[in-house]
Design a protein around this ligand. Sequence first.
Ligand code: NDP
Length: 285
Amino acid sequence: MALIIGGSGQLGRELAKRLEGALLTYNTTPVEGGVKLDLTDPLAVEDLIIKRRPSVIVNTAAYTDVDGCEDNRELAYRVNTLAVKHIVRAARLVGSYLVHVSTDYVFDGEKGDYREDDTPSPINHYGLTKLLGEAYASSYDDALIVRTSGVFGQKNNFPLVALQKLRRGERVEAVEMWYSPIHASNLATAMVELIKRRLTGVIHVAGERVSRYELAQAIAKHIGADPELVVRIPYTQARFKARRPMDSSLNSQKAKTMLRQPFNTLEENIRALVHNTSVATHSEG
Ligand code: NDP
């Protein structure tokens, strides 16, 4: 049996569609048939894993609000770092294979096109707590760390907000920052293949490198909106509470070589966004 921690999140929901019979956990957003698990309660985390003895644990849960992590550092540490320690402890006891999801924000964004062996150097608290979480996951031999970037789909993050504004004919301010966004459905499909092959180590699974400006323009083109609605904001003029890496794009060549399933092109990721999104529920991640 697979256990999906964070089964109520955008990635967790897509994984649940593909891992039949998986047990899902949620915290504040109930999912049908799921169990409530608050990752800030270490005993509950270990108890669930030890009692259910899953053969696979996929940890997609995180405190993903980048600015929120800057304000609530203790909570970010408990969810993104300490919880991973307890997941690993219990996984080791019952012999579960662990797949832990991490982020491009472990990098400082000075280089871009990051490979798995590039040195992380986070510049905000979200990235720092996720990197520390990776350290716990990598202390376990039977663990795979999947780093990804700009996951989009159901959540109210940049591509969806841009799409909604462009559909209404409103201006979209897009900062010149590069990343490699991927639709949650494409990421989940790739992860299922990784899980089946029981790979360990670190792997990057992300989309094509693109700036937010280029992405918003591509969305405008796709839906026939006026590209002039997209306003370019230079990186130096961006106003975020937490610092953001300027180019956190990930190089997914290793995954592309290993996996049989095709990676979406940028256009395909945009098509998946445009045709699958009717609900927006969360804040940025
Ligand atoms: P979401 O924000 O959509 O979902 C987060 C999940 O974590 C939800 O299921 C949420 O539960 C759960 N969660 C949050 N806090 C707690 C807590 N205290 N106890 C238990 N569960 C909790 O995330 P995504 O699906 O977008 O992200 C999946 C993974 O990908 C994360 O590890 C993230 O760090 C990583 N990632 C995401 C990116 C993005 O752009 N979104 C970019 C790069 C990496 P509930 O909703 O029920 O409270």
